[in-house]
Design a protein around this ligand. Structure first.
Ligand SMILES: *Cc1c(COP(=O)(O)O)cnc(C)c1O
Length: 404
């Protein structure tokens, strides 16, 4: 501090006050309404990225707004050293609606995965198998940005410069079941995967292979951990994407859509496993606080309404039909269309960033997943007219890319 002025001394090298972790697009949004965002120039954008699968109910959904306003006037935060009725209610409802018997709430996806991995280790420890701590993961995965989760994914792009990495991950090629069998040792605790890889390029894990992993986990006494942070919470057309494979996991990490834009995550587990997070073994200051839990309950009110999942599946079918027509129309540019529900990747033969910037100029928001995959994660409340508008915007942008 500069004593005389009371202001800090001027800094010699001014840099951005925000750490330079993102190559941000030059647009700032001021307001959101349903499937639309409005930027600070007043321009309207059709949002087919939804904050990367977060705004599952679109922007400023009236029920979420009302719930948050009411809760803001009532109670924000207490502590997990007290009972939190909204938390109990959300946990009971999620248990009622899913495979899980017990839930730990977090503020983010990465914390939910950390909790899942800690739980898997503790489960084996409690069973007297302290030496079982390793987790088998798949190449091209994404599980978050903590030291343990970048080690779990193993990708050089995530880990470079941050070593040494925490120990205990065996990474095998995507969906390679023989490699999984070979990687299992007396030290293996769990297998962890995304039922649909998101950041890695929107790759659904084949259902029959997921079933095989379940059998292997049972035979070997391993836990099956699913990272449903992106593909869960109705995005696939079911509450969780694994339901399409008809299997039951042991632990699931959820986040993104679960709070509809409020920071919220959950580590969900079945009975027989969840008990291992015993009193004092794990904790969180913010996780599961009254504000977050009120909003989480409001999100669930909407997602669990009859017909919600069917709507997601219907919109998905419309989008896939249109996108496959685009693929047929531009075989030189579009290599494939894949995904599940409203989590869709369009693989191009060219880098997609220029296409995304072009679409941004036209008021259509899409994302990338790697170099060549354009990713669509629209709000789950889109209607057929939004699908039509999206397909028209994509068609025009691909046409321009073809001409350039
Ligand atoms: C986004 C994501 C995460 C990390 O979630 P954060 O909230 O950013 O910590 C982990 N796993 C998957 C599959 C994700 O899509």
């Amino acid at each position: 501090m500069n004593e005389s002025s009371g202001k800090p001394a001027p800094k010699p090298n001014r840099m951005s006050a925000i750490m330079p972790t993102y190559n941000r697009m030059d647009v700032a949004f001021e307001r959101g309404e349903g499937v639309y965002l409005f930027d600070d120039q007043g321009k309207r954008h059709l949002d087919f990225l939804a904050g990367i699968a977060v705004n599952a109910l679109g922007h400023c959904h009236p029920h979420l707004v009302k719930t948050l306003q009411k809760q803001a006037e009532t109670l924000w935060h207490t502590s997990n050293i007290y009972r939190i009725p909204h938390q109990e209610r959300l946990a009971e409802r999620l248990v009622e609606a899913s495979f899980a018997d017990s839930i730990f709430f977090t503020n983010s996806g990465v914390e939910a995965v950390e909790c899942a991995m800690k739980l898997a280790r503790k489960f084996h420890y409690d069973a007297g198998n302290e030496g079982r701590y390793r987790i088998i993961t798949f190449s091209n995965a994404f599980h978050g940005r903590s030291l343990a989760t970048i080690a779990a994914a193993g990708k050089e792009k995530l880990t470079r410069g941050f070593g040494p990495m925490p120990e205990g991950f065996d990474i095998v090629p995507f969906a390679d079941i023989r490699a999984v069998r070979k990687a299992i040792t007396a030290e293996t605790a769990a297998i962890m995967l995304e039922p649909v890889q998101g950041e890695g390029g929107v790759y659904p894990f084949p259902a029959e292979k997921l079933q095989e992993l379940r059998r292997i986990a049972d035979e070997e006494g391993l836990l099956l951990i699913l990272d449903e942070i992106q593909c869960g919470m109705a995005r696939s057309g079911k509450l969780f994407a694994f339901e399409w494979a008809g299997i039951t996991p042991d632990i699931v990490a959820a986040a993104k859509g679960i709070g509809g834009g409020f920071p919220l995550g959950a580590c969900m587990a079945r009975a027989g496993v969840a008990e291992s997070l015993s009193v004092g073994s794990h904790g969180t200051t913010f996780g599961g606080n009254p504000l977050a839990m009120a909003v989480g309950n409001a999100v669930l009110d909407e997602i669990l309404k009859p017909g919600f999942m069917a709507h997601v599946t219907d919109m998905s079918a419309l989008l896939f039909t249109g996108l496959n027509e685009l693929k047929a129309h531009y075989p030189g540019l579009i290599r494939g269309v894949r995904g599940l529900g409203l989590m869709i990747g369009i693989e191009f033969t060219i880098p997609v960033r220029p296409i995304i910037l072009d679409l941004l100029g036209e008021g259509f928001l899409a994302g990338a997943a790697g170099e060549n995959v354009l990713r669509l994660l629209p709000p789950l409340i889109i209607e057929p007219e939004h699908v039509d508008d999206a397909l028209a915007a994509l068609d025009a942008a691909i046409q321009r890319a073809a001409e350039s």
